[in-house]
Ligand binder design. Sequence first.
Ligand code: PMP
Length: 423
Amino acid sequence: LPETDFKIFEELESEVRLYCRTFPAVFERAKGAELFAEDGRTFIDFFCGAGTLNYGHNNDFIKARVADYLAADGLAHGLDMYTVAKRDFLTAFAETVLRPRGLDYKAQFTGPTGTDAVEAALKLARKRTGRSGLVAFTGAYHGMSRGSLAVTGNRRARRAGGVAGQDVTFVPYEDGPQGGFDSIGFLERLLTDPSSGVEVPAAVIVEPMQMEGGVYPAGADWLRALRELTERHGILLILDEIQAGCGRSGRFFCFEHAGITPDVVTLSKSLSGYGLPLSMVLFKRELDVWEPGEHTGTFRGNQLAFVAATAACELWRQDTFHARLAASIDRLERFRAELDAQGGDLVTRGSGMALGIDLGSGSGSGSGPLRAERLQQYAFDRGLIVELCGRRGEVVKLLPPLTIDPAVLDRGLDVLRQGLRSV
Ligand code: PMP
């Protein structure tokens, strides 16, 4: 391997840096599902910015729109003003994503990243209902700022963030490690038993597929039961589609699989389709209780991101996009079936173009977390980048671009096949 010099990063960047330690290379260019390091190495990217690059790196269709916009001196920053780029995006999103699904939401653009959308969603729910309580699920990930961290199912991170005082009740997530636990029945009991100490909350926030938590898709029946319960008690249901949305599950919204209509939806990551920062909250019209300027932020609605996101919406109207997506899902499902057929203690989970390979718990050198780490290292050494997730890092998470070239997908899966034998 060529010698790479990481000195500048180690000297000048905080110890908080993480992924660069796991993937020691200095990346320079990227195309489709491939990353190119400055030392000449090529990597297949099944990490994709934790679900940010659903349409691949430098997608030609999106890139051309962004390049044209820049060449024409399109406005780069518009601080919440009416702009052509925003109008184009709102129109394209309504026509391509919302209306065909019978959804009638208003959009709010929030700060650049996912946690901003979650903050706004929680704040809106509290304002609208006049209640402060929230219900979240164990294993959930919603962000690292104080509101979103308070509903994130990670005790250590919450303690470090000092958010313990927030009025949040955590309910075990049914399809998570407590699989089979009747979380809806449990929540119902908490809400109806006057001795429980849990007041009716403003909102329940849930990921339709827990991604950081270990790739646990919520069952359709479970989501429907949660919708029914929240409706009956007048609780707002917030679906966090930040990682599972924008096509990752095979449909634009992951909640579509359950046929429910959430009150509020948060989106970010792949929304811009190009890795440009954009986050948005969608909510039913009657929930729009904001006063002008009540929830602000300098980087709400980046114009370049709007241009890219408009192009991304158009991809959803192209037959070639859908054909490629269906073929990729099929390939990933066959790989999953192959792993399942091998038996052993390995468990696979996922939906669409998200696949989690759970290597189990345990401790010591043969434990799931250690084997997952070894598999990740094995893959990296052979030019494949995968992320780990789950309570203890025991799950290898595959998020290839939806638009991946089938040959590249196969090459990546082959590395994993061999890696699984070796670890
Ligand atoms: N919600 C979910 C479901 C996420 O996966 C993430 C990011 N991993 C966030 C919220 C927070 O997004 P961001 O890191 O962009 O703030």
